[in-house]
Design a protein around this ligand. Sequence first.
Ligand code: PEP
Ligand code: MG
Length: 571
Amino acid sequence: MPNYIKGIAASDGVAIARAYLLVEPDLSFDNNKVSDVNAEVEKFQNAINTSKIELTKIRNNAEQNLGADKAAIFDAHLLVLDDPELIQPIEEKINNEQVNAPTALTEVTDQFITIFDSMDNEYMKERAADIRDVRKRVLANLLGVELPNPSMIDESVVIIGNDLTPSDTAQLNKEFVQGFVTNIGGRTSHSAIMSRSLEIPAVVGSKTITDEVNQGDMVIVDGLTGEVIVDPTSDEVIAYENKRERFFEDKKELQKLRDEETVTVDGVHAELAANIGTPNDLSGVIENGAEGIGLYRTEFLYMGRDQLPTEDEQFEAYKEVIQSMDGKRVVVRTLDIGGDKELPYLDLPDEMNPFLGYRAIRLCLDQPEIFRPQLRALLRASVYGKLNIMFPMVATIQEFRDAKAILLEEKENLTNEGVDVSDDIEIGIMVEIPSTAALADVFAKEVDFFSIGTNDLIQYTMAADRMSERVSYLYQPYNPAILRLVKQVIEASHKENKWTGMCGEMAGDETAIPILLGLGLDEFSMSASSVLKARRQIKGLSKNEMNELAERAIDCATTEEVEALVREYSK
Ligand code: PEP
Ligand code: MG
């Protein structure tokens, strides 16, 4: 019998494949005494050997798919398995105390982890993390439990998980991962945003998917509607195969617009840019005919590794992006870590409300030793094309002034060192916090441009966590309160002859686009996969009519009224 589950549509497209469960396995065990200690030691040694074979495979796979620096993490894990100072005490414990292997493994590794964790030394803390990881694998092998490992997937699957972290998502191999479904998250969770840049169909916030699916079940994911079918009938499989075919045909049709300008029927140009997370996303930007990059989320450069990227590593990445865009504008956002984007090696404090806490520009101003190398790398890369720099999560004008002062200081330092830096870098901010939107007229006098980050602006204005499927009904991009803030920011910038872009997901939203056009938004930056659809839509709209629509939308009382109005103007 098919099982129908509804979640939040996160990334367009249809996937049909077997389920791959990415869930934490049950590694509980009894601490029974053993009578045959030799057999128990042998069992332990076998588990170590199997773990080594698995880790070597994972390591080689990672080197091939993700590069040598990512593979180095697994080299460190292999060293742990070869460390007699760790292995011998475990065997001695089994021999002397007749405890079973899982107990001996856990007790001995616990001692090491406690010691390393308590040291005030990043390197030692990382060793504790390595031991934790390795212990999990050995324990799984002792208990005969299989650990999920997305980087080893080598057949078509739909990933099923409670949530996917941004770094899990970054490691998905597009060749095999057809789609994914999660219990938690909303349309603007970072895993959802990344699934759109990877063009992997996805449904998030399904609440129960991990309880409804078994490993290997057939699953259909409809990323257009948010529907998921587990164990579909053969008729349903055929119907969705057809839907997938139509989706691909439409994409092909859209390709014809790739080199066209985005101009309304009455001749007004709208700039369509793309959001990227890594240089790997550049091919999507070019294939989808984006006119620039409106948001480069640099934090992904800092993820999936065990230390900060160096200034030179960053320089190479920024240079590649700026150079590939061939003179088109590239807006790079400085490090926006915190919230749902963690960096284990930074050891950030645990907070009650991480989205309201120590993150982004707050952290960068507090830890200039992290901020300055990024700014230097950006400034050095600026000579390879058209670079704009913007700061994330700016709440006060002082934060902007401080960040800009550091940037200018680094520029001067580089010039004194004889390094070339472009004189054409615009410096702007993300408008993601209501205080900044409210004070847009003041900011507009000092910044070169605004980029409205609606993903956060909506959550902070509506006090509705963007990650929570339970309050997703309050996460309302078309709420007139949001539209008024957007209008205010655009008008404030125009008054000072500055420009405003939008890089939140709202910029690529079919219902929002007509209103944003009417409000005078200068640049729409979205997932690359949405650019051509937006172009087709805008080419069918009249700027004049959208001005009228926007004026009326601002005066609406509810989201539903705004949606009805957009429908009226779309006829
Ligand atoms: C935003 O908040 O709208 C934004 C673009 O930034 P992020 O989604 O990375 O928080
Ligand atoms: Mg944001």
